[in-house]
Design a protein around this ligand. Structure first.
Ligand code: ADP
Length: 976
């Protein structure tokens, strides 16, 4: 046995052996320990502790190589020495952990190249290391490089703090052996750690992809926007380890919070904020680039916004809708060239200041944001599509409703003539269901068609067949039978129908039932004809009764009535009385007129409605239905009454009768004599036509009355003219025949009186008396002859005027005031019963007119004489004179002759200056006249460029005023 063979080792050898055994034991244990863990931290802890123990040093430290930095970084150390105070250790620790040794530094290079280890006897001896040595209390140190398969992994350092020492071969050997094992363990642990990190990274990526997928799923599932936002936010927050977040949409440059995710019920912002006022948000929206904004970088209004939403440090990610990827282009071509649009922002929030997002995180956030944007785009698109669809459906429904509600029948046929679509009207008319799909000819065969003139239309010539051959059919009329068998006139229009390629695929035919319209047309024509005939018939008539008879006859024929009557209206009594009737026998007429009397002249307690209506000018239907009287005596009456009226004046009534015969009234319409029900009633049409005819009759009656009046007026005027003409003749003859004899009578009477006067003395007293009487009588003869001469003179002058022969003496300046004064003086002398005065208004200019002095005197004399003559009980007569301003500032002289006599009635005033006119008052004047004086006055004034009018109240005692004007002559010096 080996044990036996070596039973007697020397004790030294034994100790060495034991030490070696222990060392190998320790080494094995350490190796096992190191290999048993992949936890780097644990490995390093074990390494430094055990190495210090095994190598019998007070301190063992480990540095690991960080490839990325190219430096050795202190990881951990073990210190067994109790000599160092804690404070120093703490201070040294703080520095040590932060220090590093660049790989390319000479010391490290030397160590790595040394192959095994490096012993530094006194670190403080090297001037460059002195500080370091003192700080960490390093003197002698053994440095062991940790190398695995030629790759440096790190370094071990062994020393006793602040002591210079050496290391035995055994220590160095042990340390190197440990270093080798440690390098493997550390490398493995680090590889494991890296693998672990990679795995985590991969897991994170998978998680992110998964969350993007989840969001995308929500988007694709067309979840509503808030759900998409919620899912997106949850994933963002979870995957990015954030403390909440929010999503806001940009609408018309305003930012509106739509979703917030804060783990608790997040704060909400009501309303929206102008994007331009939030600088960071605005920047992100404008550039389309995400940005990490720290709390301290937020300014102005943005602070408020952040607070309201609950944000601190945020990654702001734009939600970009890519114009090119949405289908919006298809819908709205204006979007074709629009760039990508930022439609909102996602905020990912972190409370910690130290957070710094990595590129991957931002890219991930962008991916989620893109999904949200997609959802928004999709949602908007969907909304638009839905809206468009709703509109289209609405339009289609409306069109469909219109299509079916149309009174025109619409039928669409394909090119073979098969019916494709029918609307309600067409289906009803043709008597075929709306989904009828057969050939139209089948229908035509069942219901043959005819032209309006009655010619049969062959299938080949039917409008639809012709339209299918390419002919355009416009407003063609034909006669056919309706589904219900009634014969109707149709008007049809047919237009070709094209598909989207402009290829004809059929025809659309629209047809209307115009039977009623044509019937109305015929009725209108008939009514117009009637009216025309009525108008023609009455146009030459002046006899009202004849006119109305003709009207009633025509109307009865037109409106298919057998009986009728005309009533005349008495305006004073406000009553209608029958003028004549047509179609009655004596007995029935009597009854009938009595019936009419019931409503035309109702008792006070009876219904006045019919009477009032006709008086108001409306055609009225008189039947029991309208008559609220119980029991109803008008039960059998069916009369249509229209007032004959024109210019608001009712002349009478036109009555048409369709009443049942009185005798059969009780038997009601059962009697065959009463004819069919429709004959019994009047239609609205009848009422309208009768109203028109009655109005026309009103016009005709009015005209006839006018004509009669005009005729009478013409007659009286002609008689007047005739009378005046004979008076003129008489006047001319009188003037001509009387003048010479009167002159002779006057001259002879004067001569005889003159010759007789000397004889007086020779006669006896009685003879003288007889002679005196004879001379006085001769004086009377002379005076009467003079008066007659005056009358004859007037006749002559009037004759001259009517013949246009009266001429004035050549005009001279005449002082009108002087003449007036003379006339007044003269008249005063001869008319002692009257106080005749002259009032001349003082004036700077004399009252001079240009004219014939004698004629002007004649005017004033005439007026004064009339004033005296027509003031039979005396009284004042005044001649007033003044100047007034007439048109264009020309001065006129105004003369007024006023009296307080009998006055002139108003209706006579305008006739006073006519020839031979004598007012009705003239009989109360003193003396007779011939009605020529004022005519002459007016004519003379007219010849002088003047005018005259009269004023009077017509009251006896208030008298009259005759006012004439003449143009005054204006002398230059008197005008100022
Ligand atoms: P006559 O010869 O009748 O007086 P005139 O032509 O002078 O004819 O007058 C016409 C009518 O005017 C008179 O008949 C009289 O009725 C009426 N008339 C004229 N002057 C006066 C007057 N001053 N007062 C009342 N009536 C007068």
């Amino acid at each position: 046995m080996l044990a036996d063979q070596i039973t007697t080792p020397n004790p030294e050898e034994h100790i060495r052996l034991q030490a070696a055994l222990r060392e190998s034991e320790i080494l094995r244990e350490l190796t096992e320990l190191l290999a048993s863990s992949l936890d780097l931290e644990h490995i390093l802890q074990v390494l430094v502790k055990r190495t210090a123990e095994v190598c019998e040093v007070e301190r063992c430290a480990v540095w690991l190589l960080e490839d990325a930095r190219g430096a050795l970084r202190p990881q951990t150390y073990h210190l067994s020495s109790q000599s160092l105070d804690r404070k120093t250790i703490k201070a040294a620790d703080a520095m040590w952990y932060r220090s590093s040794l660049p790989v390319d530094s000479p010391a490290v290079q030397r160590l790595l190249q040394s192959g095994g280890m490096l012993y530094v006897e006194d670190l403080s001896a090297a001037p460059a290391m002195k500080r370091l040595a003192e700080t960490f209390l390093v003197r002698s140190a053994l440095l062991i490089p940790l190398i695995r398969e030629g790759r440096p992994v790190g370094m071990l350092s062994l020393d006793d703090p602040a002591q210079t020492r050496s290391f035995s071969a055994k220590q160095t050997q042990l340390a190197r052996a440990i270093g080798q094992q440690a390098a493997i363990a550390i490398d493995n642990a680090r590889l494991y750690q890296q693998a672990q990190a990679e795995r985590q990274r991969a897991e994170r990526l998978i998680e992110r992809v998964r969350s993007i997928y989840k969001v995308a799923l929500a988007v694709n599932a067309s979840e509503d926007l808030s759900t998409v936002f919620r899912i997106a936010m949850e994933n963002l927050v979870r995957s990015l380890g954030a403390d909440g977040g929010a999503i806001a949409l940009i609408e018309e440059d305003e930012l509106r919070l739509v979703s917030s995710h804060f783990g608790y019920v997040g704060p909400s912002v009501n309303g929206s904020t102008q994007l331009a006022r939030l600088p960071n948000c605005h920047y992100v929206a404008r550039t389309g680039q995400p940005m990490y904004v720290k709390e301290e970088e937020i300014e102005g209004e943005e602070i408020l916004f952040y607070r309201q939403v609950g944000l601190r440090n945020t990654i702001i990610v734009p939600l970009i809708v890519s114009a090119s990827t949405t289908n919006e282009d298809v819908i709205n071509e204006t979007h074709l060239n629009t760039p990508d649009r930022c439609v909102g922002l996602a905020f990912i929030n972190y409370y910690t200041h130290t957070f710094q997002p990595g590129k991957g995180q931002i890219a991930y956030a962008q991916d989620i944001a893109a999904q949200c944007a997609l959802a928004i785009g999709k949602f908007r698109l969907l909304a638009e599509v839905r809206q468009a669809a709703a509109k289209a459906t609405e339009r289609a429904t409306t069109l469909d409703a219109i299509f079916h509600a149309m009174t025109e029948g619409i039928a669409v046929a394909d090119m073979q003539g098969n019916v494709m679509i029918l609307n309600n009207a067409a289906s009803h008319f043709l008597g075929i269901p709306k989904n009828y799909k057969k050939h139209l000819n089948a229908f035509l065969r069942r219901y043959p068609t005819y032209t309006v003139e009655g010619q049969p239309i062959s299938e080949d010539q039917f409008p639809l067949t012709r339209a299918l051959r390419g002919e355009r059919i416009r407003s063609e009329r034909f006669v056919t039978r309706r589904a219900d068998g009634e014969e109707r006139i149709l008007e049809i229009n047919i237009a070709p129908m094209f598909d989207s390629q402009r290829e004809q695929i059929g025809v659309v035919s629209a047809f209307r039932d115009i039977s009623e319209a044509i019937r109305s047309e015929q009725r209108i024509r008939q009514a117009l004809d009637t009216m025309l005939h009525v108008a023609e018939a009455v146009s030459g008539m002046t006899d009202v009764k004849a006119i109305l008879h003709s009207v009633l006859e025509r109307t009865l024929t037109t409106l298919n009535c057998l009986q009728g009557a005309v009533y005349i209206f008495n305006e004073e009594q406000q009553k209608f009385t029958p003028l004549f009737t047509i179609g009655f026998n004596e007995e029935s007429e009597e009854h009938w007129l009595k019936d009419q009397q019931m409503w035309l002249d109702p008792e006070p307690d009876e219904y006045h409605g019919f009477y009032r209506q006709v008086i108001d000018g409306h055609a009225t239907l008189i039947n029991a239905e309208q008559y609220p009287y119980q029991p109803n005596p008008l039960g059998h009456v069916m009369v249509l009454a229209a007032p004959i009226k024109h210019n608001k004046r009712v002349h009478g009534l036109l009555l048409l009768d369709r009443s049942m015969p009185r005798a059969s009234a009780a038997e009601s319409s059962a009697s065959p004599e009463t004819g069919p029900q429709e004959r019994y009633e009047f239609s609205i049409w009848d009422i309208a036509v009768l109203e028109g005819i009655a109005q026309l009759a009103g016009l005709a009656v009015d005209q006839a009355l006018w004509q009669q009046e005009a005729f009478a007026a013409r007659n009286s005027e002609a008689m007047l003219r005739e009378a005046n003409e004979s008076k003129d003749d008489f006047m001319a003859i009188t003037a001509h025949e009387f003048r010479t004899p009167l002159t002779i009578v006057l001259a002879q009477s004067q001569l005889i009186a003159k010759n007789l006067t000397p004889l007086q003395k020779k006669l006896s007293a009685s003879g003288q008396e007889v002679l005196q009487k004879a001379i006085t009588n001769l004086g009377i003869v002379g005076e009467q002859a003079r008066h007659l001469t005056g009358v004859v003179e007037t006749f002559l002058e009037v004759s001259q005027i009517t013949n246009g022969q009266l001429t004035l003496n050549s005009p001279v300046d005449v002082d009108l005031a002087e003449i007036a004064q003379q006339v007044v003086n003269q008249s005063s002398a001869t008319s002692p019963d009257h106080t005749i005065t002259c009032e001349i208004e003082p004036c700077k200019q004399p009252y001079i007119v240009k004219g014939d002095s004698a004629r002007l005197r004649q005017v004033i004399v005439n007026l004064v004489e009339n004033a005296i003559k027509y003031s039979p009980f005396g009284g004042p007569v005044t001649v007033r004179m003044r100047r007034t301003l007439a048109i264009e500032e020309k001065h006129v002289i105004e003369v007024c002759v006023a009296d307080y006599g009998i006055g002139i009635p108003a209706e006579a005033l305008s006739h006073l200056f006519e020839r031979f006119y004598r007012a009705p008052n003239s009989s109360s004047g003193k003396g007779k006249g011939v009605g020529l004086g004022l005519f002459l006055v007016a004519e003379l004034l007219r010849l002088h460029g003047g005018a005259i009018h009269a004023e009077s109240s017509g009251m006896f005692g208030e008298g009259s005023r005759f006012i004439f004007t003449l143009p005054g002559v204006e002398s230059a010096e008197t005008l100022d």
